[in-house]
Each structure stands twice: as structure tokens, then as C-alpha cells.
Ligand binder design. Structure first.
Ligand SMILES: [Zn+2]
Length: 513
């Protein structure tokens, strides 16, 4: 066993000798290879947890320069070395004459992933990847610099979001116009930047021996269990099932609002003009109520949730200096999950709490597995654990709400699922088209986006805004920095809905006779 005692994994010179030993170790049997994998996994878990905790500390206190520097040092000095040594270790595994003698049930997935990564690797693609990262940063800069003068102040696009949710229709419309106009100013530069990205990605695929970037990406993302054609079928299913439902929901919205036509600024506010749901005031109320919900859903999940209330595993309140957003991460060495979020008392916070708890349950269920690689799942399944908890806790929202408000929360959640599936299909179909038609012009791209809007979009009246509509895709960050990463959420949502359906059949039918 490799000892981690006395090793500071924030320092490359302290962990390098350990990795060197792994690289040089003589492996003369399948058993020795298995032992090597297990020990390497344990050491990776130790180093990984060190990096994770630096990230946790930084996100919990972004104003602390010392913590920030420690994290940046790790990212800049340790992580690149880890990537290099990781590649060498993968080669050692894949080249080992004993690899094929490993138990195929246990090791098939690991070997398949490793061999695919090695098969795709091309030295000349590293520089192209760096170029893409820079273009992605440029995209972030362009979007980050967008502000508008609104309601007496200069405001960012994020800050403008709340004006699209107010009950005053005139305010919403002028907010929509201000944001749309500002975005449109930079649309040509973003189009040009995107052309460059598409060209670079196509070249990466050609270099690796693929016909196009779509096919390359399916292998690079280890999508061994579904194909581009499966994604197209999924898009069609969404078109046939979700899109009509979404249009019915929006038609009802139009009728309730008493409008002749729904405009783009009519979608963000409460249809009955009510103020936002407020499930709790203090974070401790949220935690206690969530615990009660999980205990009622399943005593085991309730206990798992309570095990997180140990003083080190939750950082939930919103406070100055904390990074935005929410996440769960597993501390692989100590085998304990950690949840981070910024709760301010909204329904969205409760959803995040339940969602991240679902990820934590997944981590707990997997934490006994010997191979550290197997303790995390592909995103398509990780999100099933998280999204299903959002659905399965519907019945217990009375811990926070009156029956009427609980109903409102459930309805908003379910309607949101219908429309997000339609949006996921739009983004996925758009990317399939982009990368299988790499020589397309800007005008063809705009035309394609409009066509997909007709196919998957709702009943919005776009008159007067046709030009803005053509570049609506430019606000979707994933298209720029995470190509093809989106359908995962659709697949996971489908899995979560299936679990929810099973729950209704097995438990609710039994309970209600
Ligand atoms: Zn998640």
C-alpha cells in the first residue's frame, strides 16, 4: 500500500516520486496489475481530494487572496503535471500484456475508456484545443462586458433577468428590448468567433481520422451506449410528445393572461401575478425540512441526508464573498460528499438542495467501490440521481408549503421539465447540423436556427424581432465552450421521469389503495 502520510499533495515535487514509482513498477501478472490499479486509484483519490478541497475553500471565500493563490497554484502547477503523468499511466495500463487477463466484467469499462482516449490522442490537436479555449474565453469576455442602462443604473445581463419576472408588462417589455438590443450589437463578432470554433473543431476531428466533429465527439465523450441516430430519435420523440404539450401549456397561459399573442416578455412572471414562493426564511429551516422530506420518502435516504449535517459537509447560506451557484462533490479520499449552494429563501434554493442531496446519495451509494474511477458515473446517470429527487419529494412539500403553494411549486417544476426538454432538443439538433455541415455560411446557420425554432419552439409571436431571433443561439454558453454537452440533461431527465413513474405505480397506488 502507498502511504500518503506526510505528503502535501499541493506540491508537485512531493507527489511526483509516488507517481514515478507507479510508472516504473514491474508488473508481471494480472494480479499485480490489479493491485497497481487499486493503489494508483487510492493515491489519485488522495491527490484529487486535495484539489477538490482547495476548490471548496476558494468558492466559500473568494475574497481570501491566500486561498485563491493556493488554488491557482494547484491548477497551474500541479494539474498539468497530473494530466501528463495520467497519460503515461494510461499507456502503461493499455500496453500491459496482462490487461486482457483482467476480469472483463470488472475492468471492461475502464479499459475501453482508456484505450479510446489513447486512440484519439493527437499531438497536433493540443494547440488547436488551446486555441479553442482562448476563443471560449473571448466569448465569455464579450458576454461579460454586456451591460445596459436600465431602471436608473448600469446593469449586467444576469441582473436584467429579474426584470423579465416582474408583473408589470411594460417593464418586462422594455427589459426585453434593452437586453436584446445590447446582445444584437455583438452578434456579428460572436458569429465570426463561432465560425472559427467550428473550423478548428472540424480540423481536430479530421486529424484524429474522423469524418466530422460530431462522430469524433461521440467517441471522445465515451458515448458507447448511444449513437447520433439515437439522439435524433430522441429529438423526434420530444417534437411529438413534449412540444405539443408545451404549446398547450403556453396557450393556456396566453388565455389566462388575456393576451392576443404571447410575446417573448410574457414567459417569466407568475401567470396569476402572485409574488414568488418562499419556502423558508433561515437555512436551518431548509435543512430540517429537507431532512423530514427525505425521512418520509425513505428512512435510508433520510439517514444519508442527516449524515451530511456533521459541520463539515454543507455550506449552504448565501453570504458576501461566496462564489455563485451550487454543486456537490465527493471527497474521494475521506469518502464523504460536500454540498455548496447559495440559499436565499426561494423555491429554486429548495430544488437545488434536493438536487445536490441526490448527487450526494449517489456518492454515498458508490463510496465502497474499490476502483476510484467507478465511484463516479457518467453525467447522463449522475443527473438521474439528482433530478429524480426533485420529482420524488413532490409529495412531501407540505413540510414547506400550504397545499395550494405546494401545488404551485409542483406545477412550475413539471411545466419547466416540458419546456427544457424542447430546448434541449433544439440545442442538440442545432449542433448535429452545425458539425455535420462544417462548411455552412452564417446565413445558413441562422436559417437552420429559425427552422429548429419552428420545429421545437413555442407559440411566441416574433414579429418585429426576426433579426434578433436568428442569433438567439448565441446566448447558449454550451455551444461555445462545451460542444455537444447538453443532451445528457435530456437523457437524465427522462431517466428521472421513469423513476418517478415507477414510484407512482408502486408506492402511490399502494398507499392510496
Ligand atoms: Zn446536477
Amino acid at each position: 500500500m502507498v502511504s500518503v502520510e506526510g505528503i502535501d499533495a499541493r506540491k508537485w515535487d512531493q507527489i511526483q516520486p509516488v507517481y514515478q514509482e507507479f510508472l516504473e513498477r514491474e508488473i508481471d501478472s494480472a494480479e499485480a496489475l490489479e493491485q497497481w490499479l487499486l493503489e494508483l486509484g487510492q493515491f489519485d483519490a488522495f491527490v484529487g481530494e486535495t484539489g477538490s478541497m482547495l476548490y471548496v475553500e476558494m468558492t466559500c471565500d473568494t475574497e481570501n487572496e491566500e486561498i485563491k493563490q493556493a488554488y491557482l497554484d494547484f491548477v497551474e502547477q500541479v494539474q498539468p503535471e497530473l494530466a501528463k503523468v495520467g497519460d503515461l499511466l494510461n499507456r502503461k495500463l493499455a500496453d500491459s500484456p496482462h490487461a486482457d487477463a483482467l476480469d472483463s466484467v470488472e475492468y471492461n469499462v475502464l479499459l475501453r475508456d482508456t484505450r479510446m482516449d489513447l486512440a484519439l490522442f493527437r499531438e497536433e490537436n493540443i494547440a488547436l484545443g488551446t486555441e479553442l479555449t482562448k476563443l471560449g474565453q473571448r466569448y465569455n469576455e464579450i458576454c461579460g462586458a454586456m451591460t445596459v442602462d436600465f431602471d436608473g443604473e448600469e446593469r449586467t445581463m444576469q441582473q436584467m433577468g429579474k426584470y423579465l419576472q416582474v408583473n408589470d408588462r411594460e417593464v418586462r417589455e422594455s427589459a426585453y428590448r434593452a437586453v436584446g438590443e445590447r446582445r444584437f450589437q455583438d452578434s456579428e463578432e460572436i458569429d465570426e468567433l463561432f465560425d472559427k470554433m467550428v473550423g478548428l473543431r472540424h480540423q481536430i476531428a479530421l486529424n484524429a481520422g474522423y469524418e466530422n466533429f460530431r462522430d469524433y465527439t461521440f467517441d471522445a465523450k465515451h458515448r458507447f451506449d448511444y449513437s447520433p441516430e439515437d439522439c435524433e430519435s430522441f429529438q423526434t420523440a420530444i417534437e411529438q410528445i413534449c412540444v405539443p404539450l408545451m404549446r398547450d401549456i403556453d396557450e393556456e397561459r396566453r388565455a389566462v393572461l388575456g393576451l392576443d399573442a404571447l410575446r417573448m416578455w410574457d414567459m417569466g412572471h407568475d401567470v396569476k401575478g402572485r409574488s414568488p414562493l418562499q419556502p423558508f426564511a433561515e437555512v436551518e429551516e431548509m435543512v430540517a425540512g429537507t431532512s423530514r422530506m427525505f425521512h418520509r420518502l425513505s428512512p435510508e435516504l433520510g439517514e444519508f441526508f442527516d449524515s451530511l449535517r456533521d459541520g463539515t459537509s454543507l455550506d449552504l447560506d448565501s453570504r458576501k464573498g461566496k462564489a455563485p451557484g451550487g454543486y456537490q462533490l465527493q471527497r474521494d479520499h475521506s469518502r464523504k460528499p460536500f454540498i455548496f449552494m447559495n440559499a436565499t429563501g426561494l423555491q429554486r434554493d429548495l430544488e437545488t438542495m434536493v438536487h445536490e442531496a441526490g448527487h450526494a446519495f449517489h456518492s454515498i451509494y458508490a463510496d465502497h467501490l474499490p476502483l476510484v474511477d467507478y465511484r463516479s458515473a457518467p453525467i447522463e446517470f449522475c443527473e438521474v440521481a439528482a433530478m429524480s429527487m426533485e420529482l420524488l419529494t413532490h409529495d412531501f412539500l407540505d413540510e414547506f408549503y400550504s397545499p395550494e403553494d405546494a401545488n404551485r411549486a409542483v406545477r412550475e417544476h413539471l411545466e419547466g421539465i416540458v419546456s427544457i426538454l424542447a430546448w434541449i432538443a433544439t440545442i442538440d439538433a442545432f449542433q448535429h447540423w452545425i458539425y455535420t455541415n462544417p462548411g455552412h455560411t452564417k446565413e445558413e446557420r441562422h436559417q437552420q436556427w429559425i427552422e429548429l425554432g419552428e420545429r421545437f419552439g413555442s407559440i411566441l409571436d416574433w414579429s418585429e424581432f426576426e433579426e434578433w431571433r436568428k442569433v438567439g443561439w448565441q446566448r447558449q454558453l454550451h455551444l461555445f465552450s462545451y460542444p455537444f454537452y447538453y443532451i445528457e440533461y435530456g437523457i437524465a431527465q427522462l431517466g428521472a421521469l421513469q423513476l418517478w413513474l415507477q414510484y407512482q405505480i408502486i408506492f402511490v397506488d399502494v398507499r392510496d389503495g
